[in-house]
Design a protein around this ligand. Structure first.
Ligand code: CAA
Length: 379
């Protein structure tokens, strides 16, 4: 077993770290406060190859492995989780899904632009009454011969307004249960499609989360992904990979908060010495460092399984379950280490604490991860 990162991995990690420090850190507090989507920064991330990292170079992707993706996600998420959720959805749910299951024509038309960040994508599964229970959705796609008519509402969609391309999951035949579900590529300017309300959120406030409305949206048949009835399996397969992305986001939020707490603890003095020299603080740092290392290993293991074409669904769910808990615990402790300063925006840790919570909710709640893991170990 070799835990050594390659030269290429280290280069990707360093590039992501530099970008996060130089381009994301300035303005991150303002974007959070005013709920500003990091459009300029995302464009630059596309130019640097961070928006389609694992896509085949034939379709303008980076042709990188999932380990590189985990490393880049961690670095970006240390600084700006709003930018990293956009990156995660575009890479794991949209680009990967199209690269793996799209037709040649779909890849030419959409993937080549999504992979460079020229346009970004959204993944539309959740509904007002179907979040965790993904088969219970109400959006319909009626088969009209050469096209489908889509009707319904999607909720809490990341990149809801900034996307140009939406992968939409809808029921074609309710009688068939999950085998009657399809996935479609919907373009923003298709008639009958409207971007609804923007959600005002506790965390990841720079990310644009919207509801979406579909009223008789005519989608050509060639925009269906995979065979008729493949939509649910498509969603499950993409979410398996998406969980590695969100696990890495959670890891980054945790390690970002830890690095800030470590630095602060060496600067701040109390009772005649640096607070890091007080065991009460030193033990917190030891716990944080240990848990973050374990979360990182779970993320990298899941990525390695995916890269070596092995089943990674259980490992991805374990990584997300654990890393999101570590993100929550670490950020709360990082605020505590900072004392009163931790409670004000300028010191960044309060934002990371608010951002951490969503990692236990989206792309499957912690309870969903436990369903995936327990089914896998009990089968
Ligand atoms: N990987 C691959 N296939 C899977 C799978 C997995 N993890 N889980 C289920 N499947 C497949 C099964 O094999 C089965 O396929 P076949 O019939 O072809 O054999 C099919 O899916 C149905 O399986 P189940 O009967 O087990 O399905 P279920 O209804 O019990 O649900 C679930 C399983 C895991 C709970 C699923 O509903 C689920 O993952 N829910 C969570 C949805 C979710 O993550 N939503 C988040 C929205 S996206 C988002 O948040 C993006 C964003 O904006 C950041």
């Amino acid at each position: 077993m070799n835990f050594q990162l390659t030269e290429e991995h280290l280069a990707v990690q360093a590039a992501a770290r530099d970008f996060a420090q130089n381009e994301l850190l300035p303005g991150v507090i303002e974007r959070d406060t005013k709920e500003i989507f990091p459009a300029e920064q995302i464009k630059k991330m596309g130019e640097l190859g961070f928006m389609g990292m694992m896509v085949d170079p034939k379709y303008n992707g980076g042709g990188m492995d999932t380990i590189s993706y985990v490393l880049a996600m961690e670095e970006i998420s240390k600084i700006d989780a709003s930018a990293s959720v956009c990156m995660s959805v575009n890479n794991s749910l949209v680009c990967w899904g199209l690269d793996k299951y799209g037709t040649e024509a779909q890849k030419e038309k959409y993937l080549t632009r999504l992979a460079t960040g020229e346009i970004i994508g959204a993944f539309c599964l959740s509904e007002p009454e179907a979040g965790s229970d993904a088969t219970s959705q109400r959006t319909t796609a009626e088969d009209k011969g050469d096209h489908y008519l889509i009707n319904g509402t999607k909720n809490w969609i990341t990149n809801g307004n900034s996307a140009s391309v939406y992968l939409v999951i809808a029921h074609t035949d309710k009688e068939k249960g999950h085998k009657g579900i399809n996935a479609f590529i919907v373009e923003k300017d298709m008639e009958g499609f409207t971007v609804g309300k923007k959600e005002e959120k506790m965390g990841i406030r720079g990310s644009d989360t919207h509801s979406l409305m579909f009223q008789d949206v005519k989608v050509p048949k060639e925009n269906r992904i995979g065979e008729d009835g493949f939509g649910f399996n498509f969603a499950m397969a993409t979410l398996n990979g998406g969980r590695i992305g969100i696990a890495s986001q959670a890891l980054g939020i945790a390690s970002g908060a830890y690095e800030l707490a470590l630095k602060y603890s060496k600067e701040r003095k109390a009772f005649g010495k640096e607070i890091s020299q007080h065991q009460g603080i030193a033990f917190k740092l030891a716990d944080m460092a240990t848990q973050i290392e374990a979360a990182r290993l779970l993320c990298l293991k899941a990525a390695w399984l995916k890269d070596t074409k092995q089943d990674f669904s259980q490992a991805g769910a374990m990584a997300k379950l654990y890393a999101s808990q570590v993100a929550m615990d670490t950020t709360v402790e990082a605020v505590q280490v900072h004392g009163g300063y931790g409670y004000v925006k300028e010191y960044h840790v309060e934002r990371l604490m608010r951002d951490a919570k969503i990692t236990q909710i989206y792309e499957g709640t912690s309870e969903i991860q436990k369903i995936v893991i327990s089914r896998s170990i009990l089968k």
